[in-house]
Design a protein around this ligand. Structure first.
Ligand SMILES: N[C@@H](CCC(=O)N[C@@H](CS)C(=O)NCC(=O)O)C(=O)O
Length: 231
């Protein structure tokens, strides 16, 4: 048994390079995926946009962004690539729904998030220390439209599929939208009850609570992100 454990420990060489827990939503996605997949990994946190940031991140990826997965001598960057790599080579249990139509829906909404929602990212950047009650009127028409799209998308999921999560069991679609749910909490965006179900489910995850508690303890500040909370 001990022999098995030590072999396993030797085999597990995954490192996840992340940014500040308070600010980095893409880091949160990769980390959440790995936690909920019960993978062993070492976490390496780099503070975003410090003087050393560019030099530090370029040691791991030419793309210059977090998250980055280090798997032995292989570096994988970009959240979707990281998740696919972990599914293929490390048996990550979080994935896509088994039903073909549900899987197609999950893939569509997950990649809609991955490639879009630019106004939400700009006007409601992840900042887990924020606790506000904002009105939709505070945001541009573009951001309002995107918030409404997310609300409709979540409602549609719960109307189409049975279960706690967007497409039934916890999947990559939920990983993609979890940081959006937290933004709606921190900026105090009210949602229709059916969409709010997703926010409630995300907040209840132990992994999310652990990440948020660590984020709140971080001391670094990014004034250009904090500025969005002061208006
Ligand atoms: N498409 C990338 C986005 C990664 C990304 O934008 N990461 C941000 C932090 S959340 C970053 O590293 N920004 C640093 C920079 O732009 O210099 C992914 O899915 O991982």
């Amino acid at each position: 048994m001990l022999g098995f454990l030590s072999k396993r420990a030797a085999r597990v060489s995954l490192k996840l390079i992340i940014g500040n827990k308070n600010y980095s939503s893409w880091s949160l996605r990769a980390w959440l995926f790995m936690q909920e997949s019960h993978l062993d990994f070492e976490e390496i946190r780099l503070a975003l946009f410090t003087e050393q940031w560019q030099a530090e991140i370029k040691r791991y990826t030419p793309a210059g962004k977090v998250p980055v997965l280090i798997d032995g001598d292989i570096a994988v960057w970009d959240t979707l690539a990281i998740m696919e790599h972990l599914r293929e080579y490390h048996g990550a249990s979080v994935g896509w729904p088994s039903d073909r139509a549900v899987r197609a829906h999950a893939r569509s909404i997950a990649t809609e998030m991955h490639s879009g929602f630019v106004a939400i990212r700009e006007e409601l950047p992840q900042n887990l220390k924020v606790c506000q009650q904002r009105s939709l009127d505070d945001f541009s028409s573009g951001a309002r439209a995107e918030i409404q799209r997310v609300e409709t998308l979540w409602q549609d999921c719960f109307q189409r599929h049975q279960g706690t999560w967007l497409c039934g069991d916890f999947s990559i679609a939920d990983v993609m939208y979890a940081p959006v749910a937290l933004r709606f909490v921190t900026y105090g965006i009210e949602l229709k009850p059916e969409a709010q179900r997703f926010v409630t489910a995300v907040k209840a995850l132990t992994s999310i609570q652990q990440w948020t508690q660590a984020a709140i303890k971080e001391e670094e500040t990014l004034p250009f992100i904090d500025a969005h909370a002061r208006r």
